[in-house]
Design a protein around this ligand. Structure first.
Ligand code: AMP
Length: 197
């Protein structure tokens, strides 16, 4: 049973590391950004509701986001643990997640805080914009998203720090180096991985 959250600014590599770490611990990586993008490209009702919000780099309303996550966490593959990427993203969502997990008699084991200097995340995002053409990677939207991160998301780390579950990880280095740092921090908490990496 390993329940993890990875937090970092856009361009920190949290999506990539989230997938790697989830694989190492044998748990699903659950990314709200990926779920919303899939809904948009699939043209579902949810997708239509969130399309404009995502393109502007704003946050989808908490009630909607928390409902999507609750549904996802109720699926069988998340019964033995999970890694959340991109949720919770503000204090309201922390409250929603706490309520949901308390109802299942569960709690987060660790929160991985992936740190990269602002310049580095901006240059990684510009590169991703060229490579993947994500519509929320324009310069203006990137600035909006980083501002929201600093104002709304960074404060959730204070809450989790008070609970003693945050591992701050330097997000500069090769993908393998960063993954090893994260895994070492989680193992130091007594969490056990299921796969060799
Ligand atoms: P990400 O890939 O995590 O950067 O998410 C892409 C976009 O999806 C964000 O800019 C938001 O518009 C939306 N989004 C993802 N996660 C959340 C969340 N927890 N709360 C609100 N909006 C979210």
């Amino acid at each position: 049973m390993t329940r993890l959250l990875i937090v970092g600014p856009q361009g920190s590599g949290k999506g990539t590391q989230g997938v790697r770490v989830a694989e190492a611990f044998g748990i699903p990586a659950i990314s709200t950004g990926d779920m919303f993008r899939a809904a948009v490209s699939g043209g579902s009702d949810l997708g239509n509701q969130v399309k404009a919000i995502i393109e502007a780099g704003d946050l989808v309303p908490d009630s909607l986001t928390s409902a999507v996550v609750r549904d996802r966490l109720a699926q069988d593959d998340a019964a033995e643990g999970f890694l959340l990427d991109g949720y919770p993203r503000n204090l309201g969502q922390v409250g929603d997640l706490d309520a949901f997990l308390q109802g299942r008699d569960e709690q987060l084991d660790a929160v991985i805080e992936l740190s990269v200097p602002r310049d580095e995340s901006i240059s990684r995002l510009s590169l991703r914009a060229q490579e993947q053409g994500r519509t929320d990677d324009t310069e203006e939207v990137i600035a909006n998203r980083l501002g929201i991160y600093e104002r709304e998301t960074a404060p959730i780390l204070d809450v989790y720090r008070e609970r003693g579950i945050v591992d701050a990880i330097d997000g500069v280095g090769t993908l393998d180096e960063i993954e090893q740092r994260i895994i070492a921090a989680l193992e130091a908490r007594g969490l056990v991985r299921t796969a060799d990496v």
